[in-house]
Design a protein around this ligand. Structure first.
Ligand code: 1HN
Length: 352
């Protein structure tokens, strides 16, 4: 390691320091004072950049991937959304992963499980299914579906149209903690043991089976259909005015605890009424947005991202951003907020 040239320090002292750093470097040691202000910064320093992936650009690439490889061969046919500040790292923010998964009619994505938790947010198509530990749900645009850590999951498309969803995973968090495990399923496709709709009946009605005892921090409800979320947002919009920064915003919850639906990933859905011009906002959780309906803009500093349906964009930690909607707009989003809050790290502010 070379010593930084410090004004007011005699060249001989600097040479002594450099020699010292060299000697301790060979013993896998380093001087903190050379890096202290680079690692303990006044405000968050993130490699994550604001960026938008437009559906019009990515959809032809997804279709092309569908001609190049089958879902079975790929195991999961996914185009990873790599943050431009984090290329080669398979991540969309410093702590989270995002990808767009295509499953064509008749295809199967084989059963496996892993310690990473996953969310699916449906962008296009109708009627493909995912089976989670033997419970099968059929998915529609705007649905939010959870694959909890270490649950077997396979997907299939029995419909006649391609389906695309956004995958969100906590891969970088699990990697940071060196806690990765995976296993293939005994069969390629799980035989569903539960009746269709039973998960929603058990946990999605502000009720639960009397005998239910929770063994997991993840919500036992794993399918949050869009028709209900949409209805809730529009009812709220008729009942009250929007928040100055985020319009009408709801967070998905674990119905048993009222806490987050997933332990590592916070998930949200918000409605920006047509003509909404949001005030600036920032928080320490870098956030991934997916556009469900509507058009508008997200402005991060001098970086303006014009968005429309099925676009995905990222707002990095602590950079103030503003949301605007030209028509009624619905945005799904996810971030690492549950992790930050569990560790007393999360902050937000309303810059004027
Ligand atoms: C995974 O299991 C899925 O099950 C999707 O659909 C994306 C990205 C990394 C690791 C595992 C899936 C994934 C993944």
């Amino acid at each position: 390691m070379t010593a930084a040239v410090v004004r007011g320090v005699a060249p001989s002292a600097q040479a002594d320091r450099a020699a010292f750093y060299g000697r301790i470097d060979a013993g896998h040691c380093a001087p903190l004072w050379e890096v202290l202000h680079g690692v303990v910064t006044r405000t968050p320093k993130t490699p994550c950049l604001p960026h938008l992936w437009s559906w019009d650009t990515v959809w032809p690439w997804l279709q092309e991937s569908g001609r190049l490889i089958t879902a079975r061969e790929a195991e999961r046919r996914v185009i990873v959304l790599e943050n431009p500040g984090l290329r080669g790292q398979t991540r969309v923010t410093h702590s989270l992963y995002a990808g767009l998964q295509l499953i064509l009619p008749g295809e199967v994505a084989p059963s496996h499980r892993h310690s990473q938790s996953a969310l699916r947010f449906i962008l296009q198509g109708d009627g493909a299914y995912t089976t989670v530990d033997g419970e099968r749900v059929t998915m529609h645009v705007g649905d939010f579906v959870i694959t909890p850590s270490w649950t077997f999951h396979d997907h299939g498309n029995l419909s006649s149209e391609p389906m695309v969803w956004l995958d969100g995973l906590d891969l970088p968090i699990v990697e940071l903690l060196d806690a990765q495990f995976r296993e293939d399923g005994a069969q390629e496709t799980q035989v569903p043991h539960a009746h269709a709709g039973s998960n929603l009946a058990r946990f999605g009605q502000t009720l639960k089976p009397v005998e239910h005892v929770s063994r997991s921090r993840t919500s036992p409800l794993f399918w949050y259909p869009y028709d209900r979320t949409r209805e809730a947002l529009h009812t709220l919009a008729r009942a009250e005015g929007p928040h100055a920064c985020w319009g009408h915003k709801l967070q998905y919850t674990n119905p048993l605890t009222g806490g987050w639906a997933m332990p590592t990933i916070g998930t949200f859905m918000q409605l920006l009424p047509g003509g909404f011009r949001g005030a600036a906002y920032r928080a320490t959780d870098s956030t991934v947005y997916a556009v469900v309906e509507g058009r508008g803009r997200c402005t991060v500093g001098d970086h303006e991202m014009a968005f429309g349906p099925r676009d995905v964009f990222v707002c990095p930690s602590w950079m103030p951003y503003q949301l605007e909607a030209d028509e009624d707009t619905v945005l799904f989003s996810y971030s690492d907020r549950p992790v930050q809050q569990a560790l007393d790290l999360w902050r937000e502010s309303f810059p004027t």
